[in-house]
Design a protein around this ligand. Sequence first.
Ligand code: SF4
Ligand code: SF4
Length: 118
Amino acid sequence: MANFGFSIKKTRSIQLNEAALAKFRQAVEAVPSYKNCIGCGGCTATCSARQFTDFNIRKVHFSLRRGQYESVAQELQKCMLCGKCTLICPRGVNLRSLIINMRQIIANANEPFEDGKF
Ligand code: SF4
Ligand code: SF4
């Protein structure tokens, strides 16, 4: 086969079935304002923890919605719970509360998380 100096990445598929989103739904139930998120990125732009770490709360949004809870659990450790994201959110999402609840949901899980399996 010819070597073009690059390769094409293997397709990455995620099964968004009921089981994969159970914890996400639990989080939305605890913090209903999360349904109003439009993914504008305002929270990421103002995040205090982002100034000191590689924390990206917008990435956490996507991981959460895809059922990738292992990544969510690791990333949320970097949040300082300062509440700036909640103050600036144009959609009134209580992100700080979501983070606290998500940490709790993850801490209460009986089985270890494996991305896309819960
Ligand atoms: S600022 Fe609010 S609406 Fe924008 S991405 Fe963050 S949580 Fe969603
Ligand atoms: S509460 Fe967490 S995610 Fe929100 S701005 Fe503060 S450090 Fe960032």
